[in-house]
Design a protein around this ligand. Structure first.
Ligand SMILES: C[S@@+](CC[C@H](N)C(=O)[O-])C[C@H]1O[C@@H](n2cnc3c(N)ncnc32)[C@H](O)[C@@H]1O
Length: 267
C-alpha cells in the first residue's frame, strides 16, 4: 500500500530488491528497519529523473549501468571525523618511532578524507617529513572520494585540531568558513575507487599498515572474513591491521595477532 506522506510509491518488495542489489554491489547488508532510510536516500534520484515510483527507478537502474555508482553512493553511510578513535593514531606514531618500516599505508574505506589526512598528519609529525610515506585512500563511493581529493572542510571541523596552522589554510572571500589542506599533505595521498567486494583488490605493493575502520560492520560475517583475508594478503608480515571500534577479529589468530585495542599485527 502506498504511503500518502511519501512523494513516491514504495513497497516492501521494492525494499527487498534494493537490499539484494546493494548487497551484491557493495556487500552492504541492510536490516529490515532500514526501509525508510532507503526511501529517503533514493528519493533525490527519483526526483531528479521525474520518476513516480521506486519500481520505475529500479527498472531504470537495471538498464543503465552508469546509474549503479549513483545508487551505491546514495546508500553508503559515510560518517567520519579527523582523528576518530585517537588511540589508533598514537599506535601508528609508536610503530614509526619504534623504527618499523612504514612507507606505505592503505586507508581502505576513507570516506570524505578525514581519516587519510589524519594518517598523513600523524606520519608527518612522526617522521618530521612529508616524503617518508605514501598513503592510498580508497572508497567505493565516488562522491566522498571527490570530496576527499578536494581536501576542503568546514572550519568548525578544522578549528579543533591542534595541527590546524601547520596543515590547513583558511579560506577567504567566498571560501570563508572553510579550510583547505596544504598541497604537501595532499601529495602524500593517492585517491582510488576500490570496492572491497572485488575479487582482486588493485593494490600492487605490500602495505606496512592497513586501516579498515567502521565499514566491516555493514557486511555479514562471511563477507567480513573474506574481505579481511584479501586485506591481510596486501599487508607485509609484521605490518599493522587497524579495525574500527566494534570490529573484532579474535577468530583470525591464524594470521593476525591482537596488539592493542582493535589493532592487529600480521604474523
Ligand atoms: C562509516 S564510513 C567509515 C569511514 C572511516 N573509515 C572512519 O572510520 O571514520 C564507511 C565507508 O565505507 C565505504 N564502503 C562501504 N562499502 C564499501 C565497499 N564495499 N568497498 C569500499 N568501501 C566501502 C562507504 O562508502 C563509507 O565511506
Amino acid at each position: 500500500m502506498s504511503d500518502p506522506l511519501r512523494d513516491f510509491d514504495y513497497t516492501p518488495a521494492d525494499f527487498n530488491v534494493v537490499r539484494e542489489l546493494i548487497r551484491q554491489a557493495a556487500g552492504i547488508k541492510l536490516a529490515d528497519s532500514k526501509d525508510s532510510l532507503v526511501y529517503s536516500r533514493l528519493a533525490p534520484r527519483l526526483r531528479s529523473f521525474g520518476f513516480k515510483s521506486v519500481k520505475e527507478y529500479l527498472a531504470f537502474l537495471m538498464e543503465n549501468e552508469e546509474e549503479t555508482q549513483h545508487f551505491i553512493n546514495s546508500l553508503t553511510t559515510n560518517l567520519t571525523s579527523f582523528y576518530r578513535e585517537p588511540h589508533h593514531f598514537e599506535i601508528l606514531t609508536e610503530f614509526v618511532k619504534s623504527g618499523e618500516k612504514v612507507q606505505r599505508v592503505w586507508c581502505s574505506a576513507s570516506s570524505t578524507g578525514e581519516e587519510p589526512y589524519s594518517i598523513a598528519m600523524t606520519l608527518v609529525k612522526a617522521f618530521e617529513s612529508f616524503d617518508a610515506c605514501k598513503i592510498i585512500a580508497s572508497d567505493i563511493d565516488s562522491n566522498v572520494l571527490a570530496k576527499a581529493q578536494n581536501g576542503i572542510y568546514a572550519l568548525q571541523q578544522v578549528d579543533v585540531l591542534a595541527d590546524k596552522k601547520r596543515f590547513f589554510r583558511k579560506g577567504t572571500g567566498p571560501n570563508t568558513g572553510f579550510a583547505k589542506v596544504i598541497p604537501e599533505l595532499k601529495k602524500m595521498i593517492e585517491f582510488k575507487r576500490i570496492n572491497l567486494m572485488d575479487e582482486m583488490l588493485p593494490i600492487n605493493d605490500l602495505q606496512d599498515v592497513v586501516f579498515c575502520r567502521n565499514v566491516m560492520i555493514y557486511f555479514d560475517r562471511e563477507t567480513q572474513l573474506e574481505i579481511l583475508r584479501k586485506l591481510v594478503e596486501k599487508l607485509r608480515p609484521g605490518g599493522l591491521y587497524v579495525a574500527g571500534h566494534s570490529e573484532h577479529f579474535s577468530g583470525m589468530s591464524e594470521y593476525l595477532q591482537p596488539i592493542g585495542k582493535t589493532v592487529y599485527m600480521k604474523k
